[in-house]
Design a protein around this ligand. Structure first.
Ligand code: GLV
Length: 322
């Protein structure tokens, strides 16, 4: 590879086999750190880059784009969500932004069901009890949870992940309703206005992207409108929920419990949530299977290789025209 071949920056070590195709189109720099790059490290790393393979915790804004300079042709985000990218700033410079849709649908839907079952059947709470060494014994009224059959799951955001969760929930005998901006052909699921969905669902599960419209969609008022026996599950993005309001609603018994994979100020978690037994807290594991993370890395690489060869990238982010 000649020294003036395109510089490709990968901000986090990815499976080497997935990165292999990059070596035929440019010089590859992979972060040596087992943690996200700091802002200063990111700025330094992208200097002169033609392609950046970013992670969801890399904020790609005007400063990073300035640091990269005029050679930059693509920012390939290794995630389906791209709220960490300033897409208008990227596209304004004629740079392509891509994400990894499709490949993480099943893994994220599976984790959603794992969290839903965990919080409604008190699995993590029971695990903590057993590990604590406290005395316990089977009893007819011991650690009762809430059954799912015939209960309503209210899905907010009925894209591919929302639909995959709907199919799984239907197999558990749940009655699925959803709220989405556009009508979706989604099996037997009824489309409801948000206020009705919140007021009638036994479990509310979030699957919408984080945008200016969805930030704090679940605020104190939304939580107050939910049933006292209802649960909230969030495997989408933390800031869709007002975490302080959620902690207050849970502490005040306004809803029965919550299961979260994502946080408003990730990786920090509101102290009020950590203190509560009826909250399941997972460390952003939605897409975290070996198979899925490998496929995400491969797709990000396919986007970079196509772009540097002047071909169409498989999964460009299409910016809706306003
Ligand atoms: O959170 C994970 C993703 O957006 O891919």
């Amino acid at each position: 590879m000649s020294p003036d071949s395109p510089r490709i920056v990968v901000t986090r070590a990815l499976p080497p086999a997935a990165l292999e195709p990059l070596h035929s189109v440019g010089q590859v720099w992979v972060s040596p750190h087992d943690r996200p790059l700091s802002v200063a490290e990111l700025h330094q790393a992208v200097d002169g880059a033609s392609a950046i393979i970013s992670m969801l915790n890399d904020k790609i804004d005007d400063d990073v784009l300035d640091a990269a300079g005029p050679n930059l042709r693509i920012v390939a985000n290794t995630a389906v969500g791209y709220d960490n990218l300033d897409v208008p700033a990227i596209t304004h410079r004629g740079v392509l932004a891509t994400n990894t849709p499709g490949v993480l649908v099943d893994a994220t839907a599976d984790l959603t069901m794992a969290l839903l079952l965990d919080v409604t059947r008190r699995v993590s709470e029971g695990d903590r009890l057993v590990r604590s060494g406290a005395a316990w014994s089977w009893d007819i009224s011991f650690m009762l949870g809430s059954g799912l059959q015939g209960k309503q799951l209210g899905i907010i955001g009925m894209g591919h992940i929302g639909q995959a969760v709907a199919a799984r929930a239907a197999a558990f005998g749940m009655d699925v309703a959803h709220h989405s901006r556009r009508p979706v052909e989604a099996g037997g699921s009824r489309r409801l206005p948000l206020d009705e969905l919140l007021a009638t669902s036994d479990v509310v599960s979030l699957h919408c992207p984080l945008t200016a419209q969805t930030r704090h969609l679940i605020d104190a008022e939304a939580l107050r409108s939910m049933k006292g026996s209802a649960y909230l599950v969030n495997t989408a993005r933390g800031p869709i929920v007002d975490e302080a309001a959620l902690a207050a609603a849970l502490a005040g018994g306004e809803i029965a419990g919550a299961a979260l994979d994502v946080y408003e100020n990730e990786p920090e978690v509101h102290d009020g949530l950590r203190a509560l037994p009826n909250v399941v807290l997972a460390p952003h594991l939605g897409s975290a299977t070996v198979e899925t993370r490998t496929r995400m890395a491969e797709l990000a690489v396919e986007n970079v290789v196509a772009t540097l060869l002047g071909k169409d990238a498989p999964t460009p982010i299409s910016v809706p025209s306003t």
